[in-house]
Write a protein that binds this ligand. Structure first.
Ligand SMILES: CC(=O)N[C@@H](CCC[C@H](N)C(=O)O)C(=O)O
Length: 377
């Protein structure tokens, strides 16, 4: 028989929704919460998110666990018998697992409370525009702010049973990048009378790739990725407009500023050389995920020395250029994030991502036992 949280993951997997539109997701989670013992639960909603407070037996502090909720605009290509029912959308970043693990933690402590309080946050819009910052500022969270917070992210590259983390920076600073180019459309046969934004935008993509290779200190990692480009209407019409969409990743906040300055200089060069207009919008920016060194080391020592080490293998990993708005939680509340192995050949944001569901019960067990270690029964 399937664990109820694997069953929940499968239901969530079928209803991926964009950030701040997680309406069905919220409803499903609310229905599951309604089926749990209510004595110690207080439930609040905030936009499409949910905050669940589980009262401890003799609390002196409050712990937090955060799960993100949104899906991605990807057409699923897995062979799963429970694929996405929302065309063009998929849980391709594991948020379906993060939520079902969150629910498993709520359920555990709703049945068997620990000494301290716990707040489990189901947070919308991690993929964009970012739900963490407004959730942290929300009235609904102010009297429930945890003293320590934990988050996890699935990791396709590690086997089930692996947890990977490190003190200090785990994930990069991020900034979205939207670039609009405006020239002059025209007939394909009269290029001299038009100003072709396909040529200008492809030149710009090429020049953007020189920032990391030529302007950033090789010992200080950065990424500039253009993930989407749009231009043109028909094969024999010169494109008046082009749009580039991408993301910037840096390990230091200082480098983020430098990369943005270079993007602006390249944009000015493209404007001058192609006699067009280039406008830049940085969309949403996420703060680095900075793991509290003392708490992370304590967690790692606990993983190595407690009986959990029989089922969990700890890896001290290097930092990754992924982004996470959980970084905003960690800037305000001490805590850490860790990678949870779900071994699958396809990576995050891939249409064939099929995380191994055995990681769900393992994560529920690990986090609940860690919280009990921290709090006492
Ligand atoms: C873990 C993960 O994949 N997170 C996303 C966060 C997206 C941040 C933002 N929307 C951006 O694209 O810069 C990631 O892409 O790393």
């Amino acid at each position: 028989m399937l664990s109820p949280f694997v069953e929940l993951r499968r239901q969530l997997h079928q209803i991926p929704e964009p950030g701040f539109q997680e309406f069905k997701t919220q409803q499903l989670l609310m229905n599951v919460l309604a089926g749990l013992p209510q004595e110690r639960l207080t439930i609040r909603t905030w936009r499409t998110g949910i905050l669940v407070h589980i009262a401890g037996t003799n609390p002196t502090k409050r712990f937090g666990y955060r799960a993100d909720m949104d899906g991605l605009p990807i057409t699923e290509e897995t062979s799963l018998p429970f694929p996405s029912q929302h065309p063009g959308f998929m849980h391709a970043c594991g948020h379906d697992l993060h939520m079902s693990i969150g629910m498993g933690i709520v359920s555990h402590f709703a049945h068997e409370p620990m000494k301290d309080d716990l707040v489990v946050l189901f947070q919308p819009a991690e993929e964009g525009p970012g739900g963490a910052l407004p959730m942290l500022a929300a009235e609904e969270l102010q009297d429930w702010k945890p003293n320590q917070i934990v988050g996890l992210h699935i990791a396709p590259e590690y086997p089930v049973g692996t947890i990977a983390t490190k003190p200090e920076i785990l994930f990069a600073n991020t900034s979205e990048l939207f670039i609009d180019l405006l020239g002059k459309g025209g007939h394909a046969a009269y290029p001299h009378q038009a100003n072709d934004m396909i040529i200008a935008s492809t030149q710009m993509v090429g020049q953007l790739q020189t920032i990391v290779s030529r302007n950033v200190n090789p010992l200080d990692s950065a990424v500039v990725t253009i993930g989407k480009m749009e231009a043109g209407t028909k094969q024999n019409i010169i494109a008046e407009k082009a749009r580039l969409e991408g993301t910037i990743r840096t390990l230091s906040a200082d480098s983020m500023g430098k990369v943005k300055k270079r993007i602006e200089a390249i944009a000015a060069g493209i404007e001058a050389s192609f006699e067009c207009q280039v406008s830049i919008d940085y969309g949403s920016n996420y703060r680095q995920v900075y793991n509290d060194p003392a708490l992370t080391n304590e967690f790692m020592d606990w993983l190595r020395s407690s009986t959990i080490s029989e089922s969990v293998q700890l890896i001290e990993c290097t930092e990754a250029m992924t982004g996470e708005d959980f970084g905003y939680f960690l800037a305000e509340i001490p805590g850490f994030m860790f990678w949870l192995g779900v071994e699958t050949p396809h990576g995050l944001h891939h249409a064939k991502l099929e995380p191994d569901e055995r990681a769900i019960e393992l994560a529920i067990d690990t986090v609940t036992r860690y919280l009990l270690f921290k709090s006492g029964v």
